[in-house]
Write a protein that binds this ligand. Structure first.
Ligand code: AMP
Length: 425
């Protein structure tokens, strides 16, 4: 038997309903904020990611699925979405549109990481980019939209929003020099990764999770003390606008994130519910990146939501995919009458299932229970003679007669009375 590749999984019908709900919430919230969907390729030229993410990042150094195609060109399965969206922005001349240009996309990403719960080699993100505007109000608005997405799924209460500023390019350069100076004497006490990072990507030492590194990281200089006056003002302004929108947040001066091109605002949404994989979403400002990729000098800010982790958080709360009713015809003649009634209900958005008249009533009722349907509609010869069916409330077993002609109306009424779970998302 040929099995799926390690770290790559099927999303089975029992899960896809949760996925649809998450994707639906994302689209609805993003579009209310004026974002439009863009779909970019799953693979790009390798150099786009090397340039857009940074040669010294973990992603580019260790995690990319890179291959040569038959023409000898080096291609890479996208490990994140921003580089591809910015390439499309530049290539399609989006920069002439009114700013900020607001784009979102959703789909699979690929990273060669060590698989574990909540971490896969093919995973999915929803990504948002707002391009062409530096105002700190945009940073706050983007973060508010992210939290509204979690709010729409009822998850906001169990998540923590962390924010930071890593300064502009100049002040960051000064800080990095100071950080390296602090870290060098402690080199031997750091983990192997961090020892290498001192030379390659010193900021990343700050978000190392290895326990033995923590005492050194805790005493490291704070990036917030090294901000230029402009970067400090920008950060204060973002924070006061988050406050004005009543968005609770904590400042984490060690939140540096993985991309080389982040400047100023960075943020992450964390949970305590998923063990080690505690980041559900993250993002930041990347002014200068569009120009670096050969485009106009437009600034940008964006974020990525890890959809696997959102679905995990939803857990059972996403609700079983129960139909509102099982329609049970007892025999062929009844099937002929119930099939059109089922169709009318479905055309009005009501989820029903139907039997085909071959099983006995007790077995069909058992099936209604297993499906979790709150109602059953039973039609045998007696009822049919009067143009009626029996409507049975599964929990109480109570039954009453309903006219077959009015069955779809009755189901619509019952759906409106229930909590809506039997309706289409
Ligand atoms: P990043 O682009 O690394 O900032 O990731 C953004 C979000 O994507 C993270 O907060 C995670 O929720 C999710 N994510 C990143 N890598 C993986 C992975 N290998 N498997 C599942 N989710 C991931």
């Amino acid at each position: 038997m040929i099995k799926a590749v390690r770290g790559v999984r099927d999303l089975l019908p029992s899960e896809t309903r949760h996925w649809q709900r998450v994707e639906h919430a994302a689209r609805r919230v993003f579009e209310v904020y004026g974002y439009r969907e863009i779909r970019v390729p799953i693979f790009e030229r390798t150099e786009l990611f090397a340039k857009g993410i940074g040669d010294e990042t973990d992603i580019v150094k260790k995690e990319m699925y890179t291959f040569e195609d038959r023409g000898g060109e080096s291609l890479t399965l996208r490990p994140e979405a921003t580089a591809g969206v910015l390439r499309a922005y530049i290539e399609n001349g989006f920069h002439v549109e009114p700013k900020p240009v607001r784009l979102y996309t959703m789909g699979p990403m690929f990273r060669y990481e060590r698989p574990q719960a909540g971490r896969y080699r093919q995973f999915h993100q929803a990504n948002v980019e707002a391009l062409g505007e530096t105002h700190p109000a945009l940073d706050a608005e983007v973060i508010a939209m992210l939290m509204d997405f979690f709010g729409a799924l009822g998850l906001a209460g169990q998540l923590e929003l962390q924010v930071n500023s890593i300064g502009d390019r100049e002040s960051r350069g000064i800080f990095v020099a100071r950080l390296v100076e602090y870290l060098r004497p402690h080199r031997d006490e750091l983990c192997g990764e961090c020892r290498a990072r001192i030379d390659r990507n010193p900021l990343r030492v700050l978000d190392c999770k290895v326990p033995s590194c923590q005492p050194i990281i805790e005493k490291a200089p704070s990036i917030l003390e090294a901000l230029s006056p402009e970067a400090a003002e920008h950060f204060d302004s973002v924070r006061s606008r988050l406050d004005a929108m009543a968005l609770p947040h904590t400042v984490n001066p060690r939140l540096v994130r993985g991309l080389d091109y982040y400047v100023r605002t960075t943020f992450e949404v964390l949970t305590t519910a998923l063990g080690a994989q505690n980041a559900v979403a993250g993002g930041g400002r990347y002014d200068g990146l569009i120009a670096h990729l050969g485009g106009p000098p437009d600034p940008g800010i964006g974020f990525a939501i890890g959809l696997e982790r959102v679905v995990l958080l939803l857990g059972d709360q996403a609700g079983a995919a129960a139909p509102l009713a099982l329609l049970i015809p007892l025999g062929d003649a009844a099937l002929d009458r119930l099939l059109p009634a089922a169709r009318r209900a479905r055309q009005r958005g009501i989820r029903v299932e139907i039997g085909y008249g071959q099983r006995r009533l007790p077995r069909e009722l058992e099936r209604a229970n297993r499906l979790g349907a709150p109602w059953a509609v039973i039609a045998g010869d007696d009822e049919l003679a009067n143009g009626e069916a029996l409507l049975r409330e599964m929990q109480s077993g109570e039954q009453r007669r309903v006219a077959l002609d009015g069955l779809a109306d009755e189901l619509v009424r019952l759906a409106a009375l229930s909590d809506g779970t039997a309706l289409r998302p």
